[in-house]
Design a protein around this ligand. Structure first.
Ligand SMILES: Nc1ncnc2c1ncn2[C@@H]1O[C@H](COP(=O)(O)OP(=O)(O)OP(=O)(O)O)[C@@H](O)[C@H]1O
Ligand SMILES: [Mg+2]
Length: 249
């Protein structure tokens, strides 16, 4: 589904991502782990078009996507969440959700005059979908609250809901469970598994090995920008190269 070939990105003298190649398959949850600063977020930034690569190629469902602008990558069906949540604090939970769908007719100025009924029908459908997803992520009681009033964990749930709202084919999650309490971690894991059943493909950066082992079918390990291992989570956990990268022994 996602094929990365010889991808590299440097910042000055730092090789944040160095000649990385790997493929992600359909129907699996893939994990991405590695010590702090090993290049995980940079890899997501490259895939989603936030920054261009120095070298290498990225293919999604056979289409080349490296170098495209982020909104173009999103149009291919790749949606991400951020390591530090990026919600709109002065909008309600529901309004945050309604911003997510791509290609809304009402975004085009002349449609406001000539396609009023279509806009109204579309907005009604999006609203119903948003309310359904808000319920799925467990935020119904907060739907009219400003997003800034949500706890950090609830904001993560909102981001996840908003990612689903855009109907992505693949969802990239950057540390979805970092900094939140265990009961919300469980809720997020259940949501991811539920969405997997509905055909969504996930690529997840995570430091919590318990989450990786329970969720992921396959794991890639980065160290200093290089892929040092890949495999099933249980195998990876005991891989000497991985233990050395994390613990230096
Ligand atoms: N925009 C940037 N400008 C300069 N250096 C950067 C930039 N983005 C990342 N880096 C550097 O690239 C390296 C990889 O950073 P990255 O954020 O990808 O790591 P990470 O694996 O996501 O780490 P963490 O687990 O702490 O989130 C680090 O040395 C970081 O300082
Ligand atoms: Mg990161």
């Amino acid at each position: 589904m996602l094929e990365i070939k010889g991808l590299s990105k440097s910042f000055g003298g730092i090789h944040a991502v160095s000649n990385c190649s790997f493929g992600l398959k359909d129907y699996v949850i893939t994990g991405l782990i590695g010590p702090n600063g090993s290049g995980k977020t940079t890899l997501f930034n490259l895939i989603t078009g936030s920054i261009p690569p120095d070298k290498g190629e990225i293919y999604f469902k056979g289409n080349r996507i490296d170098g495209l602008l982020p909104y173009k990558v999103a149009q291919h069906g790749i949606i991400r969440t951020f390591q530090l949540t990026r919600i709109f604090p002065k909008m309600t939970v529901l309004e945050n959700m309604l911003l997510a769908p791509l290609h809304q007719t009402g975004e085009i100025l002349w449609s406001l005059w000539v396609k009023r009924r279509r806009i109204r029908d579309e907005e009604k459908a999006y609203r119903e979908k948003a309310l359904g997803l808000i319920e799925t992520v467990g935020l119904s009681h907060l739907k009219d609250q400003f997003a800034e009033n949500l706890s950090y964990g609830q904001q993560k749930l909102l981001e996840l809901g908003r990612a689903f709202m855009a109907d992505p084919k693949m969802i990239l999650l950057d540390e979805p469970t970092a900094g939140i309490n265990p009961s919300l971690i469980r809720k997020i894991m259940e949501l991811i598994l539920k969405m997997k059943e509905s055909g969504k493909v996930f690529f997840i950066i995570e430091h919590n090995m318990g989450v990786i082992i329970e969720l992921c079918d396959w794991v890639f390990v980065l160290d200093n920008g290089e892929k040092i291992a890949e495999g099933k989570p249980k195998e990876i956990q005991n891989d000497p190269r991985v233990i050395e990268a994390y613990w230096g022994v």
